[in-house]
Design a binder for this molecule. Structure first.
Ligand code: C2O
Ligand code: CU
Length: 474
């Protein structure tokens, strides 16, 4: 009831401010009421589609060493197609996506399509799925079965390669979903430059850095430091947020504004809900509609609000991420429906139950991070399963700090977090399990046999051994 009331108020205030009733949809051209360069500072490169068929996206992409601008300086980074973030890939649900990829880096790499249910041999899972040598090419081809906000990144030496700049957005639209207006993708990533202006090398903070997970002091949105977005007061904007940081959690909020949460990792949530902020652990995505309010000429900050991923007595301070500059112009706000989709519960009557414990593992005087006492790279944890199985995993965090648990290949539903069911059913591929807490997730293994990774998405932690494999047999 309170949520509905809040939504109504947001919608009404937007109408009052704009003095008009209107609707936009992603299938319509951008409303003329926006300044033509409203998102100039946040624009991302797109790739030309070489296949004229309406249900095929065919692009060519490389990974290379290149000079990119970071916080006003030219920096040597690793990039997809010369830009950081990499080009944004766009498809419609059900499309066939082909990516002709060339590795022009000095070391092996892959592309992992984070959150997309691809066949196992297209998952780019590095050591388990084969790597692409320097100078070699690989043609990825897969269908995109679900709409949502996804991303791509390497899965070889992942912490270092993502740190150097290899990450990009993959957006899958569904023409049949409710009209939610114009969308803007925000890819969040943090980095660090040294005094000479060079990118700090990936492992600069040594073992302790890997243990805590590397963070940088420069918080970038679509590769920019504190960019400005021009928006007219009363307008609405659908935000597609992606946390592409190695280790940093973002609690995303906009000063003086509520956000209408509409999407999780994979697609829309059943009921829109008004929230003050959105928590994104590394690997996570979220979607929300922002109803822009304020006087023309005002500047409103969007921030990473404080969130401590270990007990450090409020050591994290809010950081400005970007600015909204409120400009004159007629707004055409979208009214967000309260019901967006339906998600059926899985039938758990015959489910296989498993427990995964995230913990520290001491070996030969060294501390590793592991799962169920196994350290990946030494004695990997392997679960055996069969196509068609339904599984319930209890994921228990026995450490003193939070870990985002990510499963490749299969989206899941969260049954409960510390014994409490979430307010609504959603589809996720990454879930943060807080220190000392337990989450239960459920999933069904559809007909895509193979070896699938699961790991902590603090990529340093995955490198330290917090990873396992799900072997799905035909
Ligand atoms: Cu973003 Cu193993 O994944
Ligand atoms: Cu972790």
């Amino acid at each position: 009831m309170r949520r509905r009331f809040a939504l109504l108020i947001t919608a009404l205030s937007a109408l009052a401010l704009s003095g008009c009733i209107g609707e936009t949809s992603s299938s319509m051209p951008a409303p003329a009421t926006r300044a033509p360069d409203w998102d100039r500072e946040l624009a991302m490169m797109a790739l030309p589609d070489a296949d004229p068929a309406p249900d095929v996206v065919d692009v060519t992409l490389d990974a290379r060493v290149s000079q990119v601008e970071v916080a006003g300086r030219m920096v040597e980074a690793w990039s997809y197609a010369g830009v950081v973030p990499g080009p944004v890939l766009r498809a419609k649900v059900g499309d066939l996506v082909r990516v002709h990829f060339e590795n022009r880096l000095p070391e092996p790499t892959t592309i992992h399509w984070h959150g997309v249910e691809v066949p196992a041999d297209q998952d780019g899972a590095g050591e388990e799925g084969g790597t692409i040598a320097p100078g070699a090419s690989f043609d990825y081809a897969f269908r995109v079965p679900h709409a949502g906000t996804f991303w791509y990144h390497p899965h070889v030496n992942s912490a270092a390669q993502v740190w150097r700049g290899l990450y990009g957005a993959l957006i899958v639209e569904d023409p049949a979903e409710p009209a939610l207006g114009e969308a803007l993708t925000l890819v969040l990533h943090d980095t660090e430059l040294d005094e000479s202006g060079a990118l700090v090398p990936p492992a600069a903070q040594g073992d302790l850095g890997r243990y805590f997970g590397h963070e940088g002091s420069l918080l970038l949105v679509n590769g920019r430091l504190n960019p400005t977005l021009q928006l007219s007061s009363g307008s609405t904007l659908r935000l597609r947020l992606i946390n592409a940081s190695l280790s940093r959690y973002y609690r995303f909020g906009v000063d003086g504004h509520e956000l209408v949460r509409i999407g999780s990792d994979v697609g829309l949530v059943p009921e829109s809900e008004s929230v003050s902020d959105l928590l994104l652990a590394p690997g996570d995505r979220a979607e929300a509609v922002l109803v822009v309010r304020g006087a023309v000429g005002a500047k409103v900050a969007a921030r990473a609000l404080s969130y401590d991923r270990f007990d450090c007595a409020g050591c994290t301070k809010p950081v400005e991420l970007m600015q909204l500059a409120l400009i004159a112009g007629q707004a055409t706000p979208v009214t967000v429906p309260s019901t967006l989709t339906t998600i059926e519960p899985l039938d758990l009557s015959a489910a296989t139950r498993r427990t995964v414990t995230l913990d520290e593992v001491d070996r030969d005087g060294q501390t590793y991070l592991g799962l169920n006492g196994h350290v990946h790279g030494q004695d990997p944890l392997v679960f055996m399963a069969k196509v068609g199985d339904t599984e319930v995993w209890e994921i228990e965090n026995a450490t003193e700090y939070d870990h985002p648990f990510h499963l490749h290949g299969f989206r899941f539903q969260v049954l409960d977090l510390n014994g409490e069911a979430p307010a609504q059913r959603t589809w996720e591929d990454t879930i943060s399990v807080r220190r000392g807490e337990t989450a239960r997730i459920a999933l069904t293994l559809d007909d895509r046999p193979g070896m699938w990774m699961f790991h902590c998405h603090i990529l340093d932690h995955a490198d330290l051994g917090m990873m396992g494999m799900l072997h799905v047999m035909p």
